[in-house]
Write a protein that binds this ligand. Structure first.
Ligand code: ADP
Length: 441
Protein backbone atom coordinates (compact mmCIF):
# COMPACT_ATOMS: atom_id res chain seq x y z
CA UNK A 1 0.00 0.00 0.00
CA UNK A 2 2.81 2.39 0.97
CA UNK A 3 4.65 1.69 -2.28
CA UNK A 4 1.43 2.31 -4.21
CA UNK A 5 0.90 5.72 -2.59
CA UNK A 6 4.56 6.65 -2.92
CA UNK A 7 4.47 5.80 -6.63
CA UNK A 8 1.48 8.04 -7.37
CA UNK A 9 2.83 10.79 -5.16
CA UNK A 10 6.18 10.86 -6.99
CA UNK A 11 4.48 10.90 -10.43
CA UNK A 12 2.13 13.74 -9.57
CA UNK A 13 4.97 15.72 -7.97
CA UNK A 14 7.14 15.26 -11.05
CA UNK A 15 4.39 16.30 -13.52
CA UNK A 16 3.45 19.26 -11.33
CA UNK A 17 7.03 20.50 -11.24
CA UNK A 18 7.25 20.28 -15.07
CA UNK A 19 4.02 22.25 -15.53
CA UNK A 20 5.06 24.84 -12.92
CA UNK A 21 8.36 25.26 -14.73
CA UNK A 22 6.54 25.69 -18.05
CA UNK A 23 4.20 28.31 -16.56
CA UNK A 24 7.14 30.17 -14.97
CA UNK A 25 9.05 30.34 -18.29
CA UNK A 26 5.89 31.51 -20.10
CA UNK A 27 5.39 34.24 -17.50
CA UNK A 28 8.96 35.46 -17.76
CA UNK A 29 8.72 35.73 -21.64
CA UNK A 30 5.34 37.41 -21.25
CA UNK A 31 6.82 40.03 -18.91
CA UNK A 32 9.64 40.83 -21.38
CA UNK A 33 7.28 41.03 -24.34
CA UNK A 34 4.77 43.21 -22.55
CA UNK A 35 7.51 45.77 -22.13
CA UNK A 36 8.81 45.54 -25.72
CA UNK A 37 6.43 43.91 -28.13
CA UNK A 38 8.60 44.25 -31.22
CA UNK A 39 10.21 41.86 -33.66
CA UNK A 40 13.74 42.18 -32.19
CA UNK A 41 12.58 41.25 -28.70
CA UNK A 42 10.52 38.39 -30.15
CA UNK A 43 13.59 37.05 -31.98
CA UNK A 44 15.64 37.27 -28.77
CA UNK A 45 13.01 35.36 -26.84
CA UNK A 46 12.80 32.68 -29.55
CA UNK A 47 16.61 32.44 -29.71
CA UNK A 48 16.86 32.00 -25.92
CA UNK A 49 14.31 29.21 -25.98
CA UNK A 50 15.79 27.37 -28.98
CA UNK A 51 18.45 25.66 -26.85
CA UNK A 52 16.02 24.64 -24.09
CA UNK A 53 13.84 21.50 -23.84
CA UNK A 54 10.81 23.74 -23.96
CA UNK A 55 9.54 25.64 -27.01
CA UNK A 56 8.04 29.12 -27.32
CA UNK A 57 5.61 30.38 -29.96
CA UNK A 58 4.63 34.08 -30.12
CA UNK A 59 1.36 34.92 -31.90
CA UNK A 60 -0.48 38.16 -32.62
CA UNK A 61 -4.01 39.02 -31.43
CA UNK A 62 -5.46 36.94 -34.34
CA UNK A 63 -3.44 33.88 -33.33
CA UNK A 64 -1.16 34.24 -36.36
CA UNK A 65 2.34 33.02 -35.52
CA UNK A 66 4.90 35.82 -35.39
CA UNK A 67 7.92 33.96 -34.01
CA UNK A 68 8.79 30.44 -32.79
CA UNK A 69 11.91 28.92 -31.22
CA UNK A 70 11.54 25.63 -33.16
CA UNK A 71 9.61 24.35 -36.16
CA UNK A 72 5.87 24.52 -35.62
CA UNK A 73 4.39 21.11 -36.46
CA UNK A 74 0.75 20.10 -36.98
CA UNK A 75 0.17 19.12 -33.37
CA UNK A 76 1.36 22.54 -32.16
CA UNK A 77 -0.76 24.32 -34.78
CA UNK A 78 -3.78 22.34 -33.62
CA UNK A 79 -3.24 23.36 -29.99
CA UNK A 80 -2.93 27.01 -31.07
CA UNK A 81 -6.10 26.71 -33.14
CA UNK A 82 -7.99 25.16 -30.24
CA UNK A 83 -6.87 27.97 -27.93
CA UNK A 84 -8.95 30.42 -29.92
CA UNK A 85 -12.06 29.11 -28.22
CA UNK A 86 -10.80 30.12 -24.76
CA UNK A 87 -12.78 32.88 -23.15
CA UNK A 88 -10.20 35.54 -22.28
CA UNK A 89 -12.28 37.62 -19.89
CA UNK A 90 -10.40 37.70 -16.54
CA UNK A 91 -7.52 35.88 -18.16
CA UNK A 92 -4.88 35.36 -15.50
CA UNK A 93 -1.68 37.19 -16.34
CA UNK A 94 0.55 34.41 -15.02
CA UNK A 95 -0.88 32.08 -17.66
CA UNK A 96 -2.98 28.93 -17.88
CA UNK A 97 -2.46 25.34 -19.00
CA UNK A 98 -4.22 24.70 -22.27
CA UNK A 99 -2.99 21.11 -22.59
CA UNK A 100 -2.23 19.02 -19.54
CA UNK A 101 -2.93 15.46 -20.73
CA UNK A 102 0.65 14.23 -20.59
CA UNK A 103 -0.30 10.57 -20.88
CA UNK A 104 -2.12 10.83 -24.25
CA UNK A 105 -1.03 14.09 -25.92
CA UNK A 106 2.44 14.81 -27.44
CA UNK A 107 2.81 18.26 -25.79
CA UNK A 108 1.98 20.10 -22.59
CA UNK A 109 1.06 23.69 -23.37
CA UNK A 110 0.52 27.02 -21.59
CA UNK A 111 -0.68 30.41 -22.85
CA UNK A 112 -0.04 34.00 -21.58
CA UNK A 113 -1.82 36.97 -23.20
CA UNK A 114 0.26 40.05 -23.89
CA UNK A 115 -1.78 43.00 -22.81
CA UNK A 116 -0.59 46.47 -23.68
CA UNK A 117 -2.87 49.16 -22.36
CA UNK A 118 -6.44 47.91 -22.47
CA UNK A 119 -6.11 45.59 -25.48
CA UNK A 120 -4.52 42.22 -26.06
CA UNK A 121 -1.71 42.48 -28.58
CA UNK A 122 -0.62 38.90 -28.77
CA UNK A 123 0.01 35.57 -26.98
CA UNK A 124 3.00 33.65 -25.68
CA UNK A 125 2.65 29.85 -25.98
CA UNK A 126 4.99 27.50 -24.17
CA UNK A 127 5.26 23.81 -25.15
CA UNK A 128 6.95 20.84 -23.54
CA UNK A 129 7.23 17.43 -25.17
CA UNK A 130 5.49 14.73 -23.07
CA UNK A 131 7.54 11.85 -24.48
CA UNK A 132 10.50 12.35 -21.98
CA UNK A 133 8.00 12.56 -19.06
CA UNK A 134 6.36 9.29 -20.12
CA UNK A 135 9.81 7.69 -20.54
CA UNK A 136 10.84 8.81 -17.05
CA UNK A 137 7.60 7.49 -15.57
CA UNK A 138 7.98 4.18 -17.41
CA UNK A 139 11.42 3.62 -15.88
CA UNK A 140 10.06 4.70 -12.46
CA UNK A 141 7.24 2.14 -12.83
CA UNK A 142 9.75 -0.60 -13.66
CA UNK A 143 11.83 0.30 -10.59
CA UNK A 144 8.74 0.33 -8.37
CA UNK A 145 7.62 -3.07 -9.70
CA UNK A 146 11.06 -4.55 -8.91
CA UNK A 147 11.18 -2.98 -5.43
CA UNK A 148 7.53 -3.99 -4.78
CA UNK A 149 8.21 -7.61 -5.78
CA UNK A 150 11.28 -7.62 -3.54
CA UNK A 151 9.21 -6.20 -0.64
CA UNK A 152 6.54 -8.89 -1.15
CA UNK A 153 9.21 -11.61 -1.31
CA UNK A 154 10.87 -10.32 1.89
CA UNK A 155 7.46 -10.12 3.62
CA UNK A 156 6.72 -13.72 2.65
CA UNK A 157 10.13 -14.85 3.92
CA UNK A 158 9.65 -12.94 7.22
CA UNK A 159 6.12 -14.35 7.62
CA UNK A 160 7.38 -17.88 7.02
CA UNK A 161 10.27 -17.30 9.43
CA UNK A 162 7.96 -15.89 12.11
CA UNK A 163 5.44 -18.67 11.69
CA UNK A 164 8.15 -21.34 11.87
CA UNK A 165 9.97 -19.90 14.86
CA UNK A 166 7.14 -18.28 16.80
CA UNK A 167 3.69 -19.31 15.66
CA UNK A 168 4.33 -23.03 15.17
CA UNK A 169 5.90 -23.51 18.67
CA UNK A 170 3.08 -21.44 20.21
CA UNK A 171 0.46 -23.60 18.51
CA UNK A 172 2.30 -26.73 19.70
CA UNK A 173 2.31 -25.36 23.28
CA UNK A 174 -1.39 -24.49 23.06
CA UNK A 175 -2.14 -28.05 21.91
CA UNK A 176 0.05 -29.42 24.70
CA UNK A 177 -1.77 -27.43 27.40
CA UNK A 178 -5.13 -28.51 25.95
CA UNK A 179 -3.93 -32.10 26.12
CA UNK A 180 -2.88 -31.55 29.75
CA UNK A 181 -6.24 -30.09 30.68
CA UNK A 182 -7.90 -33.13 29.08
CA UNK A 183 -5.96 -35.31 31.48
CA UNK A 184 -3.35 -36.58 29.01
CA UNK A 185 0.12 -35.84 30.31
CA UNK A 186 2.28 -37.48 27.64
CA UNK A 187 3.31 -34.27 25.85
CA UNK A 188 6.64 -33.84 24.08
CA UNK A 189 7.80 -30.28 23.33
CA UNK A 190 10.95 -28.85 21.79
CA UNK A 191 12.80 -27.55 24.85
CA UNK A 192 16.17 -26.70 23.30
CA UNK A 193 15.52 -23.03 22.45
CA UNK A 194 17.44 -20.51 24.51
CA UNK A 195 14.77 -17.78 24.49
CA UNK A 196 11.48 -16.95 26.23
CA UNK A 197 9.61 -19.49 24.10
CA UNK A 198 12.15 -22.11 25.14
CA UNK A 199 11.55 -21.19 28.82
CA UNK A 200 7.81 -21.46 28.32
CA UNK A 201 8.01 -24.84 26.61
CA UNK A 202 10.39 -26.12 29.32
CA UNK A 203 7.86 -25.04 32.00
CA UNK A 204 5.01 -26.78 30.16
CA UNK A 205 7.15 -29.88 29.69
CA UNK A 206 8.01 -29.86 33.42
CA UNK A 207 4.35 -29.44 34.30
CA UNK A 208 3.50 -32.40 32.10
CA UNK A 209 6.29 -34.55 33.59
CA UNK A 210 5.21 -33.61 37.14
CA UNK A 211 1.61 -34.48 36.30
CA UNK A 212 2.72 -37.81 34.88
CA UNK A 213 4.72 -38.47 38.06
CA UNK A 214 1.78 -37.49 40.25
CA UNK A 215 -0.55 -39.74 38.30
CA UNK A 216 1.90 -42.63 38.69
CA UNK A 217 2.28 -41.93 42.41
CA UNK A 218 -1.48 -41.76 42.86
CA UNK A 219 -1.99 -45.09 41.08
CA UNK A 220 0.79 -46.71 43.14
CA UNK A 221 -0.62 -45.23 46.33
CA UNK A 222 -4.14 -46.42 45.57
CA UNK A 223 -2.96 -49.93 44.77
CA UNK A 224 -0.86 -49.98 48.01
CA UNK A 225 -3.86 -48.84 50.05
CA UNK A 226 -6.12 -51.47 48.54
CA UNK A 227 -3.43 -54.04 49.31
CA UNK A 228 -3.06 -52.74 52.87
CA UNK A 229 -6.79 -52.97 53.43
CA UNK A 230 -7.29 -56.28 51.70
CA UNK A 231 -4.86 -58.20 53.97
CA UNK A 232 -6.49 -57.34 57.34
CA UNK A 233 -9.94 -57.70 55.84
CA UNK A 234 -9.04 -61.21 54.62
CA UNK A 235 -7.88 -62.04 58.15
CA UNK A 236 -11.09 -60.62 59.63
CA UNK A 237 -13.27 -62.61 57.26
CA UNK A 238 -11.19 -65.79 57.79
CA UNK A 239 -11.36 -65.63 61.59
CA UNK A 240 -15.05 -64.65 61.53
CA UNK A 241 -15.74 -67.74 59.35
CA UNK A 242 -13.79 -69.92 61.79
CA UNK A 243 -15.77 -68.44 64.71
CA UNK A 244 -19.02 -69.58 63.09
CA UNK A 245 -17.96 -73.21 63.58
CA UNK A 246 -19.58 -74.75 66.64
CA UNK A 247 -16.78 -77.20 67.53
CA UNK A 248 -14.48 -74.52 68.97
CA UNK A 249 -13.33 -74.51 72.59
CA UNK A 250 -13.97 -71.39 74.68
CA UNK A 251 -10.20 -70.67 74.75
CA UNK A 252 -9.94 -70.83 70.96
CA UNK A 253 -12.97 -68.59 70.63
CA UNK A 254 -11.39 -65.93 72.90
CA UNK A 255 -8.12 -66.14 70.98
CA UNK A 256 -9.83 -65.55 67.64
CA UNK A 257 -11.92 -62.70 69.02
CA UNK A 258 -8.71 -61.00 70.23
CA UNK A 259 -7.14 -61.43 66.77
CA UNK A 260 -10.23 -59.94 65.14
CA UNK A 261 -10.13 -57.00 67.58
CA UNK A 262 -6.44 -56.36 66.83
CA UNK A 263 -6.94 -56.51 63.07
CA UNK A 264 -9.93 -54.15 63.34
CA UNK A 265 -7.77 -51.74 65.36
CA UNK A 266 -5.06 -51.92 62.68
CA UNK A 267 -7.57 -51.08 59.94
CA UNK A 268 -8.98 -48.23 62.06
CA UNK A 269 -5.55 -46.72 62.67
CA UNK A 270 -4.63 -47.10 58.99
CA UNK A 271 -7.82 -45.29 57.96
CA UNK A 272 -7.18 -42.55 60.56
CA UNK A 273 -3.64 -42.08 59.21
CA UNK A 274 -4.93 -41.90 55.65
CA UNK A 275 -7.50 -39.37 56.75
CA UNK A 276 -4.73 -37.23 58.34
CA UNK A 277 -2.70 -37.40 55.13
CA UNK A 278 -5.70 -36.42 53.02
CA UNK A 279 -6.25 -33.40 55.30
CA UNK A 280 -2.56 -32.46 54.94
CA UNK A 281 -2.79 -32.69 51.15
CA UNK A 282 -5.76 -30.35 51.14
CA UNK A 283 -4.10 -27.98 53.62
CA UNK A 284 -6.88 -28.59 56.09
CA UNK A 285 -4.52 -29.93 58.72
CA UNK A 286 -4.56 -27.23 61.37
CA UNK A 287 -1.64 -26.72 63.77
CA UNK A 288 -2.56 -24.84 66.96
CA UNK A 289 0.73 -23.82 68.54
CA UNK A 290 1.17 -23.07 72.24
CA UNK A 291 4.14 -22.43 74.52
CA UNK A 292 5.20 -25.73 76.02
CA UNK A 293 7.97 -26.66 78.43
CA UNK A 294 9.90 -29.12 76.32
CA UNK A 295 11.15 -31.36 79.17
CA UNK A 296 7.82 -31.61 80.96
CA UNK A 297 6.08 -32.41 77.69
CA UNK A 298 8.56 -35.17 76.78
CA UNK A 299 8.58 -36.53 80.35
CA UNK A 300 4.81 -37.07 80.16
CA UNK A 301 5.17 -39.15 76.98
CA UNK A 302 8.15 -41.07 78.42
CA UNK A 303 6.07 -41.99 81.51
CA UNK A 304 3.31 -43.29 79.25
CA UNK A 305 5.74 -45.45 77.26
CA UNK A 306 7.82 -46.65 80.23
CA UNK A 307 5.78 -49.81 81.06
CA UNK A 308 5.95 -51.08 77.47
CA UNK A 309 9.75 -50.53 77.41
CA UNK A 310 10.18 -52.19 80.81
CA UNK A 311 8.18 -55.18 79.59
CA UNK A 312 10.61 -55.62 76.67
CA UNK A 313 13.64 -54.96 78.95
CA UNK A 314 14.63 -51.81 77.04
CA UNK A 315 15.76 -48.76 78.97
CA UNK A 316 14.22 -45.40 78.11
CA UNK A 317 16.00 -42.22 79.27
CA UNK A 318 15.37 -38.53 78.79
CA UNK A 319 18.19 -35.92 78.92
CA UNK A 320 16.74 -32.45 78.96
CA UNK A 321 17.60 -28.97 80.27
CA UNK A 322 14.58 -27.79 82.26
CA UNK A 323 14.39 -24.28 80.77
CA UNK A 324 13.80 -25.09 77.14
CA UNK A 325 10.47 -23.90 75.77
CA UNK A 326 8.98 -24.57 72.38
CA UNK A 327 5.89 -23.54 70.41
CA UNK A 328 4.06 -26.65 69.29
CA UNK A 329 0.65 -28.21 68.81
CA UNK A 330 0.66 -30.54 71.85
CA UNK A 331 -1.48 -33.26 70.28
CA UNK A 332 0.16 -33.30 66.83
CA UNK A 333 3.73 -33.05 68.16
CA UNK A 334 2.89 -35.70 70.76
CA UNK A 335 1.83 -37.91 67.82
CA UNK A 336 5.31 -37.40 66.28
CA UNK A 337 7.25 -38.38 69.44
CA UNK A 338 4.81 -41.22 69.95
CA UNK A 339 5.60 -42.55 66.50
CA UNK A 340 9.40 -42.33 66.97
CA UNK A 341 9.24 -44.08 70.36
CA UNK A 342 6.84 -46.68 69.00
CA UNK A 343 9.29 -47.48 66.18
CA UNK A 344 12.26 -47.55 68.59
CA UNK A 345 10.36 -50.06 70.71
CA UNK A 346 9.26 -52.15 67.73
CA UNK A 347 12.65 -52.34 66.02
CA UNK A 348 14.90 -52.82 69.15
CA UNK A 349 15.63 -56.04 70.96
CA UNK A 350 15.86 -56.60 74.74
CA UNK A 351 18.65 -55.15 76.86
CA UNK A 352 19.23 -52.16 74.63
CA UNK A 353 18.74 -48.48 75.39
CA UNK A 354 16.59 -45.75 73.86
CA UNK A 355 17.65 -42.18 74.64
CA UNK A 356 15.94 -38.85 74.11
CA UNK A 357 18.27 -35.83 74.17
CA UNK A 358 17.17 -32.22 73.99
CA UNK A 359 19.71 -29.52 73.12
CA UNK A 360 19.68 -25.89 72.10
CA UNK A 361 22.08 -24.99 69.27
CA UNK A 362 22.27 -22.27 66.59
CA UNK A 363 18.91 -20.78 67.62
CA UNK A 364 17.32 -24.18 67.18
CA UNK A 365 15.94 -26.83 69.51
CA UNK A 366 17.34 -30.22 68.65
CA UNK A 367 15.46 -33.35 69.82
CA UNK A 368 17.30 -36.61 69.22
CA UNK A 369 15.67 -40.03 69.67
CA UNK A 370 18.24 -42.79 69.33
CA UNK A 371 17.95 -46.53 69.72
CA UNK A 372 20.33 -49.48 69.54
CA UNK A 373 17.97 -51.53 67.39
CA UNK A 374 18.22 -53.28 64.06
CA UNK A 375 18.99 -50.13 62.04
CA UNK A 376 18.01 -49.23 58.50
CA UNK A 377 20.13 -49.94 55.41
CA UNK A 378 21.38 -47.04 53.31
CA UNK A 379 19.15 -48.13 50.41
CA UNK A 380 16.01 -47.92 52.56
CA UNK A 381 17.02 -44.78 54.48
CA UNK A 382 15.93 -42.35 51.76
CA UNK A 383 12.60 -44.13 51.27
CA UNK A 384 11.37 -44.47 54.86
CA UNK A 385 9.56 -41.11 54.57
CA UNK A 386 7.54 -42.30 51.56
CA UNK A 387 3.88 -43.16 51.99
CA UNK A 388 3.24 -46.81 52.88
CA UNK A 389 6.95 -47.67 52.65
CA UNK A 390 8.09 -50.40 55.02
CA UNK A 391 11.54 -51.93 55.09
CA UNK A 392 10.34 -55.43 55.91
CA UNK A 393 6.76 -55.85 54.72
CA UNK A 394 6.02 -59.12 56.53
CA UNK A 395 7.58 -58.07 59.85
CA UNK A 396 5.83 -54.74 59.91
CA UNK A 397 2.53 -56.50 59.48
CA UNK A 398 3.19 -58.54 62.61
CA UNK A 399 4.25 -55.40 64.52
CA UNK A 400 1.19 -53.57 63.22
CA UNK A 401 3.02 -50.92 61.15
CA UNK A 402 1.40 -49.41 58.07
CA UNK A 403 4.34 -47.40 56.72
CA UNK A 404 2.47 -44.10 57.14
CA UNK A 405 3.83 -43.10 60.57
CA UNK A 406 7.06 -41.45 59.42
CA UNK A 407 5.36 -39.73 56.47
CA UNK A 408 2.86 -38.10 58.85
CA UNK A 409 5.58 -37.30 61.44
CA UNK A 410 7.69 -35.49 58.81
CA UNK A 411 4.66 -33.51 57.56
CA UNK A 412 3.75 -32.43 61.11
CA UNK A 413 7.34 -31.34 61.88
CA UNK A 414 7.54 -29.35 58.64
CA UNK A 415 4.20 -27.70 59.38
CA UNK A 416 5.77 -26.56 62.67
CA UNK A 417 8.48 -24.90 60.55
CA UNK A 418 10.96 -27.57 61.57
CA UNK A 419 13.08 -30.27 59.89
CA UNK A 420 13.78 -33.91 60.54
CA UNK A 421 16.78 -36.08 59.73
CA UNK A 422 17.82 -39.66 60.25
CA UNK A 423 21.10 -41.54 60.68
CA UNK A 424 21.24 -45.28 60.92
CA UNK A 425 23.58 -48.23 60.83
CA UNK A 426 22.49 -51.83 60.46
CA UNK A 427 22.66 -53.74 63.80
CA UNK A 428 23.95 -50.59 65.58
CA UNK A 429 20.86 -48.45 65.82
CA UNK A 430 18.97 -45.47 64.48
CA UNK A 431 18.86 -41.80 65.47
CA UNK A 432 16.04 -39.49 64.42
CA UNK A 433 16.74 -35.76 64.91
CA UNK A 434 14.06 -33.08 65.00
CA UNK A 435 15.07 -29.41 64.58
CA UNK A 436 12.64 -26.70 65.68
CA UNK A 437 13.12 -22.94 65.40
CA UNK A 438 13.20 -21.08 68.72
CA UNK A 439 10.26 -18.71 68.51
CA UNK A 440 9.91 -15.54 70.57
CA UNK A 441 6.22 -14.79 70.93
P1 ADP B 1 5.62 -48.42 60.39
O1 ADP B 1 4.29 -48.09 60.86
O2 ADP B 1 5.67 -49.57 59.44
O3 ADP B 1 6.65 -48.47 61.46
P2 ADP B 1 6.86 -45.96 59.70
O4 ADP B 1 6.53 -44.98 58.64
O5 ADP B 1 6.79 -45.48 61.08
O6 ADP B 1 5.94 -47.21 59.46
O7 ADP B 1 8.30 -46.50 59.38
C1 ADP B 1 8.66 -46.90 58.08
C2 ADP B 1 9.72 -47.97 58.11
O8 ADP B 1 10.93 -47.43 58.64
C3 ADP B 1 9.37 -49.10 59.02
O9 ADP B 1 8.69 -50.10 58.31
C4 ADP B 1 10.73 -49.60 59.50
O10 ADP B 1 11.21 -50.58 58.64
C5 ADP B 1 11.64 -48.39 59.39
N1 ADP B 1 11.93 -47.82 60.74
C6 ADP B 1 11.33 -46.77 61.31
N2 ADP B 1 11.87 -46.52 62.52
C7 ADP B 1 12.85 -47.42 62.72
C8 ADP B 1 13.78 -47.67 63.76
N3 ADP B 1 13.81 -46.92 64.86
N4 ADP B 1 14.64 -48.69 63.62
C9 ADP B 1 14.61 -49.45 62.51
N5 ADP B 1 13.77 -49.26 61.47
C10 ADP B 1 12.87 -48.27 61.57
Amino acid sequence: MLFFFLYFFIISERVESETDNLLARGLSHHNVLEKNFDSITMKHVALMESEAETMVVIADENFEILEASNDVNDEISLIIQNSKTIDFIDFPQHGVMIESRWRSEPFLATINPIQIGESIKGYVYMFLETQPIRGMIRSLTTQFIIVGMLAIAISIIITLFLSKFITVPLIQMKKATEKLSNGKSDVMLDTYREDELGDLSRSIQKLSDDLEKLKKERTEFLSSISHELRTPLTYLKGYADVLKRSNLTLKERDEFIIIIQEEAENVTSLVEDLFDLAKMDQNEFIIRKERVNCCEFLQEIVSLFKPAFVEKSISLELFCDKNIYMYIDRIRFGQVIHNFLDNALKYSSSNTAVKIRVLEEYQRIKIQISDEGEGISEKDLSRIWDRLYRVDQSRSRITGGSGLGLTIAKEIIERHGGEVGVESEIEKGTTFTIYLKIEEV
